[in-house]
Structures are given as structure tokens and as C-alpha cells.
Design a protein around this ligand. Structure first.
Ligand SMILES: NC(=O)C1=CN([C@@H]2O[C@H](COP(=O)(O)OP(=O)(O)OC[C@H]3O[C@@H](n4cnc5c(N)ncnc54)[C@H](OP(=O)(O)O)[C@@H]3O)[C@@H](O)[C@H]2O)C=CC1
Ligand SMILES: CC(C)=CCC[C@@H](C)[C@H]1CC=C2C3=C(CC[C@@]21C)[C@@]1(C)CC[C@H](O)C(C)(C)[C@@H]1CC3
Length: 418
């Protein structure tokens, strides 16, 4: 049985009131974190030392820089791709085509930045512009979401997402009405999910590293680790770009404020929090501790990549020799569920690996402050909520087979704990 859709779909995130609250709370959190990271006490909880005036938020230079960044990433997206992948089948039985050139965009961006720096581009000045840049990114997210909302008014019903079409404008604006909004072959959601925000995140990290070198002679070991770990994560996402086509965001969620703001403002400005913190609050880190942190990151990455690759390989071709020997449960849809390997350990092994990496990203910042652990706390909440959403959808999709899977693999994310 198909789950209820459109106005009958159950409301998520606390309905319109929850959506309205989140649209205020999420941008406020970005600014709070940016201010807290540069303040002396660096408190996660409690008011910031001082509130910035409009002159600290609004800068035409930041606007120009931001638009140039979006333009550059859009141009790189449009370059010829080594491969064009097909997405999952849509309601109208069609399959959209997506360019696989995200890693190429990362490398070309790195080359351009490297060239720019050797020609005198002051990358170390970027950290000073984070506040106005976050402000224009937030404004862009609101304006862009309005455009997406209006665009959905003229989209065919088959192009709408299962949620996000409740009829309540605030809720629908937040969740997103259209599943895959496009102009010609330019797919806005796919572009935003992996390019300006994710690549922007590692560029901000690099700028913080450069600034630290300018201030203190050389970057600290802690700053190197945070930059290295997060570059690995972003590089991995772009290298395995095709895998994003089967995530919930692409296949299920509409494109509205939540994802637009998340992709272009939340990710670059809050995911770089550890590096921001380290610039203003240098932390000593010895080699033995650094080695232990590297090991934790490596374990997390091994689980994250192993689990995601195993599922992607299996979904693409269940008879692939790498997954053909795994135990499965058959479902009424004709699809199978893995019940051994990574997916026999817990029901979301990829989340477990991601959370272990999140811990490794905060540890270089020491244990004197809670602020650099914000990502770990937020991410735990996000994944627990996401896991519950996914379980609901899987129960609707697979019914008894899903219940059997839950019986055989009782833990959700953490073996013997959760
Ligand atoms: N850094 C960040 O901010 C974020 C990172 N992530 C990461 O993104 C990645 C993707 O996450 P997400 O899209 O949430 O979910 P998953 O990649 O875990 O996909 C869930 C889907 O996998 C399929 N599935 C579930 N169990 C099985 C099984 N036993 N065998 C085969 N297929 C199964 C089901 O879809 P179907 O059966 O239809 O194939 C289910 O809907 C994760 O690694 C996550 O950690 C996610 C959110 C934010
Ligand atoms: C609080 C808030 C604004 C929520 C929006 C959530 C988004 C920030 C995240 C939803 C799913 C995401 C994914 C990634 C980044 C964060 C968002 C956009 C991701 C691109 C990170 C890199 C991974 O390897 C990934 C490709 C698997 C991942 C996909 C999901």
C-alpha cells in the first residue's frame, strides 16, 4: 500500500508551528555559533558576549564574493562530466540524468584557489568575513526557497514530493514541494547538496588554517587534523557522488528551506566550527593523542564507507561477487534487505561510522569547552530523528519483511545500546 501523500501525508517537524520555529532557530544558531567561536569564553549555551549590528552583518563585498562562489560552482557543474548517472525511477516512470563531476569540481576549485593564492589572493582574510558571508548565505536561502515554492505552483503533480504538499504555505515552504526542481538539465537540489556548501566548508577550513599560520607562524597539529579529516569526508562524498542519488534527501524529500538553508548556509558555516574554534582558542595536542584521534577517525571512516558501499553495491547489482554471499530477506516489493555484513550488525551502520568520525573531529579541540562538540550533539539528534523517519518509511514500504529485519537486527545505530 502506498503511504498517504499530499494533504493526507502526516506532518513532520511539529507541523507549521515547528517549521516556523525552525526557520528562526536555525539561522539564529548559525550566528550564535560564529560569534561564540570568536569570543573569549566560547560558550555553547548562554547569550553571546555582544550582538553584532547590521554593519557587521551586511557587506556588499561579501555579497559579491558569495555570488561569485555560487557562479563558479554552477559553471563547474556544467562542465562535461566523466559520467552521467541515472537516478531512481520516478512516479511517472522516468529517470533523471545527473552529471558525475563533483570530484572534478573540487580539484578544479583547489587549483583555482592555489593559483589565486600564488598571485596574492589573501585567503587569510576570509575568516574575518564569515559573519557577513553567513548573512548573505541565509538571505540567499530564503529568497531561493521562495523561488522554489513559487516554481512548484506550476509543476505537474507527478513532480511533487510525498511530503511538503500539505496546503499550509509555511510548512510547505519549509519542507519543499517539488522533489527534483530543475531548469533544463540543471538540478538545483543535487547541485546544492554537494557543491557550494560542501566545497565551501573545506575552503573555509583552509582559510582558517592559513590565518592561523599568519598569526602563529605555522598551523597547529589540531588544525591540521581537523582540516585533514574533514577534507577526507568531503572528498569521499564527491568521489562517491553517485551514491547521493539513493539518499532520502534526493529520493524522498522536497527541496525547500530546510535543505536549501542546510546545504548552502548551515553546512559551510557550522560544520567548520572546530576550525573556527581552534583559530581563536589554540589547543596543545601531543603526538600520542593525535595518533589515537587518527585511529578513531580511521575506524569511523572504515565503518561509514564499508556500510555505504556495501548497500550501494547491493542496490545496484545484488549478484555482484562482493555482496552475493550476504544473507538477505525478501520483501513483497521484489527488493531484498541485507541481514548480514554491516547491515546485520545494526540497522544503520553508516550512521554509527559517521558519528565516530564526528567525535574524532571534535577531540583535537580538547575537552575544556563544549562548543567544538556542537557538531557531535547536533548530528546525534539529526541522525536519531532521520533514523526514525527512515524506519517509518521502510515499514510502509516493506511491511512484514521490515518487521522481520528489526527482529533479526534489533539495534538501530549502536550495538547493545540503541
Ligand atoms: N554529515 C551530515 O550532515 C549527514 C550525513 N548523512 C550520511 O549520509 C549517508 C546516507 O544516509 P541516509 O540517506 O539517511 O540513509 P541510508 O543511506 O542509511 O539509507 C536508508 C535506506 O537504505 C535502505 N536500507 C535500509 N536497510 C537496508 C538493508 N538492510 N539492506 C538494504 N537496504 C537497506 C532503505 O532504502 P531502499 O530499501 O529503498 O534502498 C533505506 O530507506 C549516511 O552515511 C549518513 O550518515 C546523513 C545526513 C546528514
Ligand atoms: C539542521 C538542518 C538545517 C538540517 C538540514 C540537514 C542537512 C544539513 C543535511 C541533510 C542530509 C545531508 C547530507 C550531507 C550533508 C548534510 C545534509 C545536507 C552529505 C552531503 C554529507 C557528506 C556525506 O558523505 C553524504 C553525501 C552521504 C551526505 C548526504 C546527506
Amino acid at each position: 500500500m502506498d503511504p498517504p501523500q499530499g494533504p493526507r501525508a502526516p506532518l513532520e517537524f511539529g507541523g507549521p508551528m515547528g517549521a516556523a520555529a525552525l526557520m528562526l532557530l536555525l539561522p539564529a544558531t548559525v550566528f550564535h555559533l560564529l560569534l561564540a567561536a570568536r569570543s573569549g569564553p566560547a560558550r555553547l549555551l548562554g547569550p553571546p558576549a555582544s550582538l553584532p549590528g547590521l554593519e557587521a552583518l551586511w557587506s556588499p563585498r561579501a555579497l559579491l564574493l558569495w555570488l561569485a562562489w555560487l557562479g563558479l560552482q554552477a559553471a563547474l557543474y556544467l562542465l562535461p562530466a566523466r559520467k552521467v548517472a541515472k537516478g531512481l525511477e520516478l512516479k511517472d516512470k522516468s529517470r533523471l540524468r545527473y552529471p558525475i563531476n563533483g570530484f572534478q569540481a573540487l580539484v578544479l576549485t583547489a587549483l583555482l584557489v592555489g593559483l589565486g593564492m600564488s598571485a596574492g589572493l589573501p585567503l587569510g582574510a576570509l575568516p574575518e568575513m564569515l559573519l557577513p558571508l553567513a548573512f548573505v548565505a541565509t538571505l540567499t536561502a530564503f529568497i531561493f526557497s521562495l523561488f522554489l515554492y513559487l516554481k512548484a505552483q506550476v509543476a505537474p503533480v507527478s513532480a511533487l514530493a510525498p511530503g511538503g504538499n500539505s496546503g499550509n504555505p509555511i510548512y510547505d515552504f519549509f519542507l519543499g514541494r517539488e522533489l527534483n526542481p530543475r531548469i533544463c538539465s540543471f538540478d538545483f537540489k543535487y547541485f546544492c547538496e554537494l557543491r557550494p556548501g560542501l566545497i565551501g566548508w573545506v575552503l573555509i577550513n583552509l582559510a582558517l588554517l592559513v590565518k592561523e599560520a599568519e598569526l602563529r607562524g605555522s598551523p597547529s597539529l589540531a588544525m591540521w587534523l581537523v582540516n585533514g579529516f574533514q577534507l577526507l569526508y568531503v572528498g569521499d562524498a564527491l568521489w562517491h557522488e553517485e551514491a547521493v542519488l539513493t539518499t532520502m534527501d534526493i529520493t524522498h524529500d522536497g527541496f525547500g528551506f530546510m535543505l536549501a538553508f542546510g546545504d548552502i548556509a548551515w553546512v559551510p558555516f557550522t560544520y567548520s566550527l572546530q576550525a573556527q574554534f581552534l583559530l581563536h582558542h589554540p589547543q596543545p595536542l601531543g603526538l600520542p593523542m593525535a595518533a589515537i584521534i587518527c585511529l578513531i577517525n580511521a575506524i569511523g571512516y572504515y565503518i561509514f564507507r564499508g556500510a555505504n558501499s556495501q548497500k550501494n553495491t547491493f542496490r545496484k547489482n545484488p549478484s555482484d561477487p562482493r555482496v552475493a554471499g550476504l544473507e538477505t530477506i525478501s520483501t513483497a516489493t521484489g527488493r531484498q534487505l541485507l541481514v548480514s555484513g554491516w547491515w546485520g550488525m545494526v540497522r544503520h551502520p553508516n550512521y554509527l561510522g559517521d558519528l565516530i568520525m564526528a567525535l574524532a573531529w571534535s577531540l583535537p579541540c580538547g575537552v575544556s569547552h563544549l562548543l567544538p562538540y556542537f557538531y557531535l550533539l547536533y548530528f546525534t539528534a539529526l541522525l536519531v530523528h532521520r533514523e526514525a523517519r527512515d524506519e517509518r518509511q521502510c515499514l510502509q514500504k516493506y511491511g512484514l519483511a521490515w518487521q522481520e529485519y528489526c527482529r533479526r537486527v534489533p539495534y538501530r545505530i549502536m550495538p547493545y545500546i540503541y
